[in-house]
Write a new protein. Structure first.
Length: 54
């Protein structure tokens, strides 16, 4: 029964980390998007690219 529940969650949540091998060293990597709250905090607290750090 544990394998059935794992398959259900995998099908219902397409935002999981996945890597699909296409051949000859080529992969398609998919990962979940960052949440809006984290993007906002990163922009507010993080330094702007190219700005002086002093």
């Amino acid at each position: 029964m544990a394998t059935q529940t794992a398959k259900k969650t995998e099908k219902t949540n397409p935002n999981l980390y996945q890597a699909e091998y296409l051949g000859s060293g080529t992969f398609i990597i998919s990962k979940p998007k960052r949440k809006a709250a984290k993007r906002r905090q990163s922009a507010l607290k993080g330094t702007t690219r190219g700005a002086r750090k002093a």
